[in-house]
Design a protein around this ligand. Structure first.
Ligand SMILES: C[S@@+](CC[C@H](N)C(=O)[O-])C[C@H]1O[C@@H](n2cnc3c(N)ncnc32)[C@H](O)[C@@H]1O
Length: 457
């Protein structure tokens, strides 16, 4: 009998020839081996950087869910959709997943992702009153006005960038193609200043928001800086003409180190002064795309028509709806966002945890429509309440297709019809996609699809 040689565990596995079948939800190629020995032909390999239709050589790694992680060694037959990544860091930086895929193919894939999520809940495209999901509305790169970057201390210049793809390392991103120029410049200045407040090897995060009065920077440092460190940060604020620089952890309102001007945004024609932390749409272009869909869904108000904006944040939709003439009730769990929105005195807004206490029953009675824009977890309890007692129109806005589809299912089961589904891509080159959908109540006294806008208006 031949001698069996055990391969040492640290020796790399042999390369495998494989065919990429599809892209997974996070943008990895999903490959199956070609000519694999019996028992291995069904194996799945998750392969960042590979595209559907490609034949590749891969090296298998550790187990991942129902398959294996793998490294792409070479591409034997490239996809016609493959393009040269515009960023030199694209291969390693986790800030982007799909720079190697042509923009038109990304748009197709993101639309399919929404359609697949709906199908998973038994909702076919033919169930959409418009007949199919709409094409993706894509926002251009270089438009991110809000960005969270990670910093790592070093003796001379800190690193400032994003987590490496599939790992915990940090990729310095000096020429980030996603961010607006003001944020790229600030990231550069942070590399110079941070060694004065961040020990070598220690990490911090910078939440940067470009507002109409300058950049609002919130730094989350592992330790509060001493006097010299504070002076260095004040000098940074001066040099970069920051509107505000505050220190604090993600959940905290932050302690201002420098407040030269109140950061200002305009929503629905109203000036609003955002506090350092709460949610904000990442680009003006994305905000405009989502807002126009929400306005399209609700049409023109008739008389004193009241709508609710649930999970309203700073009032991204509430204020434009008010500008259009609706009376608006707005709710969110973040007190700082609600306080800022209330200072505009344009809408009635309250702090409320809509996961625990959804708007329900009588509270829904005087509404003609509701906008629901929850975090990734979706709005299970709120949609259950709407399924029972919701108004004529529900506009669902989501950044997570799986929970979106679950919530649409709940509303359909509660007697709504799905009028249209519009995917929006405001995270170019990432695997993320957002979606807006309009649902209307299927009841005898509620107008049919074509009449809904007239009924509201
Ligand atoms: C995707 S953001 C949308 C915000 C806003 N509609 C916009 O477009 O700017 C989700 C919002 O849900 C809020 N939120 C998270 N959990 C919540 C909860 N349990 N109850 C109410 N609001 C919540 C967050 O504070 C955040 O403002």
């Amino acid at each position: 009998m031949g001698k069996r040689i055990n391969r040492p565990s640290n020796r790399p596995a042999r390369p495998i020839l494989a065919k990429v079948a599809s892209l997974g939800d996070r943008g990895d190629g999903i490959a199956r081996p070609i000519d694999a020995p019996e028992g291995k032909a069904d194996r799945l390999y998750y392969l960042p950087g590979a595209l559907p239709g490609e034949t590749v050589q891969l090296r298998p790694g550790v187990r991942k869910g129902d398959g294996w992680e793998a490294d792409l060694l070479s591409i034997e037959t490239p996809s016609p959709d493959r393009v040269a990544p515009p960023c030199p860091q694209a291969e390693h930086c986790g800030g982007c997943d799909l720079q190697h895929l042509a923009p038109t193919a990304i748009a197709r894939w993101k639309r399919d992702k929404v359609v697949r999520a709906l199908a998973h809940r038994g909702i076919q495209e033919s169930d959409i009153a418009e007949g199919a999901a709409r094409a993706v509305l894509t926002t251009p790169p270089g438009t991110r006005r809000r960005l969270s970057a990670t910093l790592r201390g070093r003796a001379k210049r800190a690193l400032c960038g994003f987590r490496e793809r599939g790992g915990h390392g940090l990729v310095d991103a000096p020429h980030c193609l996603l961010a607006r120029p003001a944020l790229v410049a600030l990231m550069d200045a942070l590399r110079d200043t941070l060694p004065k407040v961040l020990a070598p090897g220690a990490e911090a995060t910078a939440l940067m928001t470009e507002t109409e009065t300058g950049v609002d920077l919130r730094l989350s440092l592992p330790e509060m800086p001493d006097l010299k460190g504070r002076e260095a940060l004040a000098a940074l604020a001066d040099r970069m003409d920051l509107a505000r620089l505050s220190l604090g952890a993600e959940e905290s309102p932050g302690e201002p180190i420098s407040a030269r001007r109140a950061p200002r945004l305009t929503l629905g024609g109203q000036a609003i002064n955002p506090p350092p932390g709460p949610f904000l749409q990442p680009s003006l272009e994305g905000e405009a795309a989502l807002t126009s869909l929400v306005l399209e869904a609700l049409g023109e108000p008739k008389g004193k028509a009241r709508v609710a904006d649930l999970f309203c944040g700073l009032g991204t939709f509430a204020l434009p709806l008010r500008e259009r003439g609706f009376l608006v009730t707005a709710m969110d769990v973040t007190p700082e966002a609600i306080a800022a929105l209330n200072r505009t005195t344009r809408v009635q807004s309250t702090v409320r945890d809509l996961f625990k206490t959804p708007l329900a029953g009588e509270e829904l009675a005087d509404l003609v429509g509701v906008v629901v824009d929850p975090p990734r977890a979706g709005a299970r309890a709120q949609c259950e309440a709407l399924a029972g007692d919701g108004p004529a129109v529900v506009v669902l806005v989501s950044c997570a297709p799986a929970t979106f589809a679950r919530d649409v299912r709940t509303l359909l089961d509660g007697g709504y019809r799905l009028d249209w589904v519009a995917p929006v891509d405001q995270f170019p080159w990432s695997h993320h996609v957002e979606v807006v959908a309009r649902l209307t109540r299927l009841e005898a006294d509620i107008p049919t699809k074509d009449k809904v806008i007239n009924w509201l208006g």
